[in-house]
Write a protein that binds this ligand. Structure first.
Ligand code: FES
Length: 136
């Protein structure tokens, strides 16, 4: 079992659902099953509109590390995959923060899934920025 918490400015509040791992369900499948609208178009890893940020929760090591070639290429072409993240995945088994919901296979791990609600737009671009005031 996996606890998956979806968070987005388009949702009235965060929604946590339980998913059975190992059924080859994608994050997009789980979201659709629970009426959570993640932007999508191709549903085949080619357009990048289902961009989500995934944060692993809990003490266990992340499991969903492997990206398909299609996911890696689409994230790279859309500027959502830094070279250092690729290296970190290969060397340290640490998955990159941005993934494609239609390609991410749910594993038995608890995760936070954040999305902006706009196709292919990073959630970090839609959060309020902290404003620092210079000392007076
Ligand atoms: S919907 Fe197109 S890449 Fe996921």
């Amino acid at each position: 079992m996996a606890n998956i918490t979806f968070s987005s400015p388009t949702l009235p509040k965060d929604i946590t659902v339980y998913a059975v791992a190992g059924d080859n369900h994608t994050l997009l499948d789980v979201a659709k099953k629970h009426g959570i609208e993640i932007p999508r178009q191709c549903e085949d890893g080619e357009c990048g509109s289902c961009l989500v940020k995934v944060t692993h929760l809990g003490a266990k090591d992340p499991m969903a590390i492997t990206l398909s070639d299609k996911e890696r290429v689409t994230l790279s072409v859309n500027g959502k995959m830094k070279a250092e993240w690729v290296d970190n995945a290969v060397v340290n088994d640490m998955p990159p923060p941005y993934r494609l919901a239609c390609q991410y296979i749910v594993r038995a791990e608890d995760i936070l899934v954040e999305f902006s609600g706009e196709p292919g737009v990073e959630i970090d671009l839609r959060r309020p920025k902290t404003v620092y005031k210079k000392d007076e």
